[in-house]
Design a protein around this ligand. Structure first.
Ligand SMILES: Nc1ncnc2c1ncn2[C@@H]1O[C@H](COP(=O)(O)OP(=O)(O)OP(=O)(O)O)[C@@H](O)[C@H]1O
Length: 251
């Protein structure tokens, strides 16, 4: 279907022939935000890598924007955790965001005026226009996460994949991240957000994929993030459930 950003059909994926994800089925529509929830080692990052075409699908299919994952890379942006990047790397905030244009323009072409404007707009969207010339590593963790989101937005993706973007992020940066993701979604993009924060999933996402090697639930947040399904997915891992309300899952 034309408005499907991501379609998983009985997908199995893993490393060196050993499956991590098994029989994963579900879909993400254009304009939809989906929380990817599951305990440590559930395979959330593996699923994101499979959607990026970096981990092979050994059974079933993953279809990204109607194409095989590797063929859709240009239209898919990935936001890694900010603390996985070396903060000592001598590069300015503006340069980091401009890197988002390379997937569109190719690494060999110098970015032009339009690329610089799109990158500047993306930085503005995350509320850091005034930090363009600052060294990336000189920013706070939350600000670095916003810059990485701006880099992804500058790519003008139709599918945005975020790996635990709110980990250790201050409230101001969290609000800025959510606002910028929301703006992209309103333009018709889809987002998949891996997170351990169930309250945030309720707040910011339309749907949830509850994962632990296989899918325990994939659908509207209220139907999937129920105490029964969360207990089934998390098993013995710590989970703070208060009455019928899920407060937070501990990473
Ligand atoms: N490059 C790799 N080679 C082999 N096995 C891997 C590799 N990366 C991850 N795994 C294994 O795949 C399983 C799922 O890991 P993954 O990182 O996808 O889980 P996760 O849900 O993202 O966990 P976390 O919440 O801790 O980040 C783990 O058992 C892990 O050891």
């Amino acid at each position: 279907m034309a408005d499907l950003a991501l379609r998983l059909a009985h997908a199995t994926a893993g490393y060196d022939g050993t499956p991590v994800l098994q029989d994963v089925t579900g879909q993400v529509r254009a304009g939809e935000t989906v929380a990817l929830i599951g305990p440590n080692g559930a395979g959330k990052s593996t699923l994101i890598k499979a959607v990026l075409g970096l981990v092979p699908v050994t059974a079933g299919t993953i279809t990204v924007l109607g194409r095989a994952p590797a063929a859709a890379r240009r239209d898919v942006a990935y936001v890694p955790q900010a603390d996985t990047l070396d903060p000592q790397f001598p590069i300015s905030v503006a340069q980091v965001v401009l890197m988002g244009r390379y997937r569109r323009t190719g690494w060999l072409r110098r970015p032009g005026r339009t690329d610089r404007r799109i990158a500047a707009d993306a930085l503005d969207l995350v509320g850091l226009a005034d930090r363009a010339r600052v060294r990336f590593g000189a920013l706070s963790g939350g600000q670095r996460q916003r810059v990485l989101l701006a880099r992804a937005i500058a790519q003008q993706p139709r599918l945005l994949l975020l790996d635990e973007p709110f980990n250790g992020v201050d409230v101001v940066s969290q609000d800025a991240l959510l606002a910028a993701i929301g703006a992209l979604i309103r333009q018709g993009a889809a987002a998949v957000i891996s997170t351990h924060d169930l309250a945030l999933a309720h707040l910011a996402c339309d749907a949830a994929c509850l994962l632990n090697r296989h899918v325990h639930g994939f659908g509207p947040v209220r139907e999937v993030l129920t105490p029964a399904l969360l207990r089934a997915a998390y098993g013995s891992q710590a989970l703070d459930l208060r009455g019928d309300r899920v407060i937070v899952a501990r990473p």
